[in-house]
Design a protein. Sequence first.
Length: 313
Amino acid sequence: MSMLLEKNRFVFIPFALLALSVKEDAAIYVACVGLYWLFTQKDKCKGILLIVLSVGWFIFATQMIQYLGGEAMMSRFAAYQADGGNSLLGVIKTCFLNVGFLLKSILEENRINFILWMLLPVLFAPFLNKSMWTLILLVPMLVINLMPTWEPQHDILYQYTYGTAALLLFASIMTIKQMKPDTRRFFITTSLAISFVFCMGNTVQKAGNYFQRVTNNAEKIERSEELLDMIPADASVTARDYVVPHLYDHKNLYTVPCFYGDDVATDYYVIDKRQDSSQYNKEMHEFVRTNGYELICDQGYLQLWQKTNEEAS
């Protein structure tokens, strides 16, 4: 956002492209910034360019994902697909033709809690802005956080709030800028106080939970790390998502589920026993049993399977 305020007319383009490259749904953040600029600033060119870039990127990214065998997370909006389809147009149609359903969905208790967590620290500042167009910057909160049925998207402990929070902070700053000095000081002081309370209440509890979990499970964690150390550095490995970061030094590393191709018969398979109830773990167990793997270690949270009857591909 700050790049848009620069006098250099096109300095913001590299940053817009970097934002878009993060994920296909990043287009909505950039598009909303473009709409905001289009309706609030004299220089319309920047706004139009951002909108065109966003739409073009979204079409390209979603087509590429489908071409490679993935899906653009439209399943998280399944509740808005009245015809049972899986299209963005179906979601838009429901939002405009069934506003009651939309309001009912986004005003559930857990979503209201999310709204308060996000807006109370800034004292609902965007709603106090003299320009109604500032509310465009809150559209990503509606679409990315409040509408999806995937609960982590309306939980502040997950990464889905990052883009929303950036636009929310910018909208708040633009609102505070309009205030008289005395009002501005009071607003900023109160906002900082509430933010501090919210931050401490969240991070202290979270840090405490992590510390307790590590302390209570120190032996299992240590034995799990010992199991991973048994894998040769030049071996190919397949593991579940929570284990993959611990294997970062392996060049031939695959994760399950593999959205962009078939399962690979690597030299080793690491199965996280904490996820045995998941469908993916059941598929991993079936894969190693039917593709010539032998269980060579079972300790801590993990199982290590090695391919024995033929070289891994």
